[in-house]
Ligand binder design. Structure first.
Ligand SMILES: [Zn+2]
Length: 108
């Protein structure tokens, strides 16, 4: 039987439930980071999901945390300087971006 969130009888883990991920979010502009659990999202059409292995924090993220970008909505998870492995493909994504690839991103 596959493990799923809330399934009875599955083996418990000591930290993160199956189907959940940890995220460091900012609850409000100027707020502190708080470690939360969120559902692991499924990639949409043309998207891949990346299991983040490392994430840097840059000045853009500090500006997000401090609420200095106009129009941001909170809670928000800063952090766009990531590296990880592709672990799910959305509809229409070619095999070129297949499982296990290690994209690294950043735009700030
Ligand atoms: Zn950046």
């Amino acid at each position: 039987m596959p493990f799923r969130k809330g399934a009875e009888g599955c083996m418990a883990t000591k930290s993160v439930s199956v189907g959940m991920m940890k995220a460091a979010q900012v609850g409000k502009a100027g707020g502190d980071f708080e470690l939360v659990e969120r559902d692991i999202p499924e990639p949409g059409p043309g998207q891949v999901r990346v299991k983040v292995e490392v994430c840097g924090i840059c000045h853009s993220d500090v500006m997000v945390k401090d609420g200095l970008w106009p129009g941001l909505q909170y809670p928000r998870v800063p952090g766009h300087e990531v590296a990880g492995r592709v672990d799910a493909l959305g509809e229409g994504v070619s095999a070129y971006m297949g499982f296990g690839r290690r994209p690294a991103g950043g735009r700030g």
